[in-house]
Design a protein around this ligand. Sequence first.
Ligand SMILES: [Zn+2]
Ligand SMILES: [Zn+2]
Length: 302
Amino acid sequence: MENIKMLSYRFLLEAQFKELNIPIEQLEAVLEKQDIILAAYSAAESIQGAMPADVWPEVLEGMRQNDGISVVCDDFTAILYSDDLCYGKKLHTIYHELGHIKAKHKRSGKVRFAENEEQEREAEAFAYYTVAPPCILHEIGGMSDCVLARLTGLDSKSAAEAYRLLEEDRQDRLLATEKQLILQYSGYIKSNQAGECRSPQLTVFGLAAAIVVACILLGLYLNNSKSDVPDIITIPITKVTEMEPVTVTKVTAKELEQIVWKAETGDVYHTDPNCYYIPKNAVTMYLDEAIAVGYRKCKDCE
Ligand SMILES: [Zn+2]
Ligand SMILES: [Zn+2]
């Protein structure tokens, strides 16, 4: 499921989301940029004209049977979701369908219903990783399924499942993608960290700021007592209290290359996540690690 998680993280990076629990309209705008139409069942007829005519009966049947469907044709990709779902379920359903699309799951018809158990598991994993990204939640800390439900809008049953995935996802070293994602969500992470973690931090910074102020005052005093013409004094207070990087770097293809995919056994690594030869159960690792161990680069990846 590691490559599914990476698919999910790459989507969150591309989307430039900076918090969990994002409004459906915002998700709709992001998907539109990726040429994926997102619409509620009640609006399905308004996009009927955009899809090949022979698909429509399949769509109607799909909507009758499911909370969400995805439609993938040559020039048309859409995710449709039931109007009757609560917010958490809507988000979950949409991301489940997006998981099928991102993982390029093959299907028999143009409209997707549940067909293949493994594909359904992957789509579910994509949904959980996207709604409740483990690297972000670990960074916030103090997680429980209640806190997770509050942050993500998932119902208690889904939150418990997301929490289980989170617990499975303990790592010593963060992948480059994860570091980028944490940077992107840094404001959100800070504002959701537990109170007991913040107060000592604030005290330390308060103390540091106080020391800086004291030094500046002392400097002013010494300067004045010399009765020379005082130098221009730059006060570095803002530098000290500024903790959060404001600029968020965009993902470039080059940065993504730092992660490579590899079959669990074997010694060839892939730099292109869409390489045909990456097996389903591929694991991700760092390019530097792959090189250090002496793995060979796939000839088909660029
Ligand atoms: Zn599915
Ligand atoms: Zn390859």
